[in-house]
Design a protein around this ligand. Sequence first.
Ligand SMILES: [Zn+2]
Length: 299
Amino acid sequence: MREKRSGAAAGRLRRSRSFLLLAAFSLCLLCLLLAGVVIWARHLPVFPARAGCVAADLPPADASPAVTAAGLQKPPYPASHIYQPVYDPASGERLPVLALTFDDGPNSTITPRLIDALNERGIHATFFMLGRLAERNPEVVAYAYASGHQICSHGWAHEYRLTTLDDAGLAVEVEDTARVIRNITGEDPSYLRPPYGAIDKKTASRIRFPLMLWNIDPRDWDSRDAEKVKQHILDYAFDGGVVLLHDCYESTLSGAMAAVDELQAAGWQFVTLAEYYDLFDIALQPGVVYRGAGLADID
Ligand SMILES: [Zn+2]
């Protein structure tokens, strides 16, 4: 009787052990499955690694042009413009330069005001525009170009990492955007900045433009705080800095311009990337990834 009972107990123990083993195994399987889903989802636009400012900034289809025709009648600024270095009369040293770069536009309201603010200060910046938004806001592209700012490409719609695209997908990002910009300015965009900064050597070699990253990142899209944007630029400014900003936030417009005012008062110069590379005597190559005056350290 006791043996029977202990035999039944051992059976129960065995059953509960195998149940526990099965539960643990199922849990592991579930974890693996979840990890797989997360890894897969990160390649989708719904999970961008860096929040941009695109989704909320598509103007309504019927948005009226924010720029008047008068803005387009300014004489075109020569793209081949060579920046003349400015020297401190006291020390004889060249004054430091910064390149401001604005991604994810053109925005129908912020970008024209930013262009006005840059023009008022007599400085030029570089715009990495999305083809989709350039197509919707051609007046803004034309206004930036006619004001002497440099027009570059940021791909079509900021939906994909270029590193995940096949040739057809890459052609949409690179060539469709170039065509829209060319139709407005008469010129190809100068360079391409990959969305999210996501690029590798293999993908870069498939692109016919020099690829541009940055070396100062105020994370304006994250803080959306003018004071933080300004302070980051002031804290990290160095001769040869390339600042990553986004022309779709009020806070970026006011923060960046507040930093420009302080830096200009201290003698800093602001240049487009074309002027920057002329100044540092760097001949850019298509399919090569640059971070400021150096090559980007990528695989
Ligand atoms: Zn971007």
